[in-house]
Design a protein. Sequence first.
Length: 249
Amino acid sequence: MNEPVALAVENLTVELAGHTIIDNISFTVATGSTAAIIGPNGAGKSVLLKTILRLLPKTSGHVHIFGIEHERYQRVAPLISYIPQMIDFDQTFPLTVQGLFSLKSPRPLGMSSVETQRAAELLDFVGASHLANQRLSVLSGGQLQRVLLAYSLMDQPKLLLLDEPAAGIDAQGQETIYPLLARIQKEQRLTMVIVSHELQIVMQYATQVLCLNKKILCSGIPQKALSNETLQRMYGTPVGHFAHDHSFK
């Protein structure tokens, strides 16, 4: 019996404040793949992720996660993790990395020994074990993103949604975050959906691309879907030539 697709979106429309943000789109994301969603500012990329997660209401359409309607929250929630583009928290609140992980535990007073060990293993996996006792407020953008990646894996999800994972990270950090995501996808056997504006990164790491500007303008393997003609139609101006180097590392 074939495993259901990780994500199936059918005739999805989202209207906010009287404006159509997503207009009757349909697509699927295969289990075990890395799908990238690209498009200009205001194209509806972040809205799409939030609608899949039911953080925003849909106007019409259907969303299934591993064959389960996303309205069935109790069944869907354990399957999925989400890292938004921006994390807004009180910089004066003395929450440490270890304290953040303890929020995942159902125990009222800290994590169990098993949970503590898993948190330590995940922090080591993403190269952030040395940050366990640091306050979140003192972490750099790259350090925080690594911590959030480890945190998102605590419940062993099957689908990971990331909104601009390199946002707020310096150039050196950006060079390491995508190889780390590729390693996570491979070793944790995850399906990933990544919103990104970095076309070279999409070409290198995604196995599937969705071009979104309210509607789906292209979809498929990045080397074939991301033609200069398609990119010009999506962004409205010539984007230039992109090397079709597809090496998922």
